[in-house]
Ligand binder design. Structure first.
Ligand SMILES: [Zn+2]
Length: 254
């Protein structure tokens, strides 16, 4: 949808999102075209003529494609104008998102992309077991750690643990090889479903990062506090694990 779009102007109203001098950023990005969009964990990477523009949208960020004359909302902080009269607007209520600009030939070896763990689809289950089996920390924290496995946010981790039948507070060093394998396949299942239900436009990229749209209706446990578990009908409970609100069926998840 934005592939081959040529960026002819950029405006912003909140500079801290742009992780370099905004004037330099604008001068470098202006007149480059978007050739491809890649995803690394929670990062979205726009491949331009010579640079890679790396976005992290945190919880709330999303992109909208609008026409140049459409009303600009107060939450649209960075606006890319295309030569065809459309605009790609970065919308972020909490303003926690970030944009890095790096050379497209070397960005994978630089912050923030370097040091990221593999995504579930690329992660060998036995390698995952090796990464976690010495860690005396709750499995939920391990799954949220982007240096170990990337792409899973709080919601996806709750769903992954539920499908795996594993309690979020279980210590990672108590997870068996078989369970580690189950976690990786469950994480793939959750992400595939989220992407499939997110649609096929640019919004699907935000959907695969935060959770929007129809995937929200397909959750098994997350946000389902007080409701019956879809597997066993036991009541779903809410608890804090590593500071994050977690939803658990304590009868299915051991
Ligand atoms: Zn249950």
């Amino acid at each position: 949808m934005v592939k081959d779009a040529k960026i002819i102007d950029i405006s912003y109203d909140y500079a801290p999102i742009i992780k370099m001098d905004p004037t330099l950023f604008i001068n470098r990005v202006k007149y480059q075209s978007i050739h491809d969009i890649e995803r690394y964990g929670k990062y979205l990477v726009f491949i331009l003529d010579t640079d890679a523009m790396i976005m992290h949208m945190r919880m709330e960020g999303k992109f909208y494609i609008k026409k140049i004359n459409d009303h600009v909302s107060s939450h649209e902080h960075v606006i890319f104008s295309f030569s065809d009269g459309r605009q790609m607007r970065y919308h972020d209520v909490r303003k926690f998102g970030t944009i890095h600009l790096l050379d497209k030939n070397s960005y994978k070896n630089q912050y923030p992309i370097n040091g990221l763990g593999k995504e579930p689809k690329d992660l060998d289950p036995l390698d995952f077991y090796q990464l976690i089996h010495h860690r005396k920390t709750a499995i939920k924290n391990v799954l949220l750690n982007q240096h170990i496995i990337s792409g899973l946010g709080n919601i996806y981790v709750d769903e992954t643990l539920f499908l795996s039948g594993i309690h979020p507070k279980r210590l990672a060093n108590k997870i068996t090889k078989k369970e580690a394998s189950k976690l990786v396949t469950s994480a793939r299942e959750v992400l595939d479903k989220a992407i499939a239900l997110g649609g096929s436009t640019i919004r699907s990229y935000t959907s695969s990062l935060g959770v929007h749209g129809r995937f929200q209706n397909e959750l098994n446990v997350h946000t389902k506090f007080g409701e019956p578990c879809p597997k066993c009908q036991n009541t779903i409970v809410k608890m804090k694990v590593g500071g994050r609100t977690s939803y658990v069926c304590e009868s299915c998840q051991k």
